[in-house]
Design a protein around this ligand. Structure first.
Ligand code: ADP
Ligand code: MG
Length: 160
């Protein structure tokens, strides 16, 4: 599978897409979120984290680099590496512990962590399109492909 493109017309659609992605992943894996500032990476993460049942705020981890969630026995780590100066800082954070085990890691600005981050299961590239956002999903391996297949099947049901 070479990839999939979805369109989210507004913030509500972005949150809904996040919730559908949560369901597709089952709460385990690594997702890279690409796109300029203001494209909706944090909004998508918020929809996903709420999709796992989180009721409170989902703040942008710009200053903390990572925000952990524990939801229904699942661990979700939401990273924003925008302010990371050197990928080595991630080693000090104990980054490997986050990627071992069976957590779901969402990573905004993964480019900043090049060389230290593991390979993602899925890359989502968000760009502005017709007042909303276009989301391009590129799977990297069987797990990401299974997620895309589940999302595509859901999309077809959606439009029937
Ligand atoms: P990022 O994390 O990529 O910097 P944010 O998630 O903080 O971006 O979102 C920036 C703005 O984009 C917010 O005001 C949000 O409401 C808006 N937004 C998010 N998704 C969409 C969408 N699909 N269409 C239009 N606006 C959106
Ligand atoms: Mg953000």
């Amino acid at each position: 599978m070479s990839g999939l493109t979805f369109y989210a017309a507004d913030e509500a659609a972005m949150l809904e897409f996040g919730a559908r992605l949560a369901e597709a992943t089952g709460g385990r894996g690594v997702i890279f979120l690409l796109g300029d500032l203001g494209m909706g990476k944090t909004t998508l993460s918020r929809g996903l984290i709420r999709g796992f049942g989180h009721q409170g705020a989902v703040k942008s981890p710009t200053f903390t680099l990572v925000e952990p969630y524990e939801l229904g026995g699942r661990r979700i780590y939401h990273f924003d590496l925008y302010r990371l100066v050197d990928p080595e800082e991630l080693e000090f954070l104990g980054i490997r512990d986050y990627f071992e085990g069976d957590a779901l890691c969402l990573i905004e600005w993964p480019q900043r962590g090049a060389g230290v981050l593991p390979k993602p299961d899925l890359t989502i590239t968000i760009s502005a399109h017709g007042g909303g956002r276009s989301l391009h999903l590129a799977p990297h391996g069987p797990r990401g492909e299974a997620w895309c297949a589940a999302l595509q099947a859901g999309q077809q049901r959606h439009h029937q």
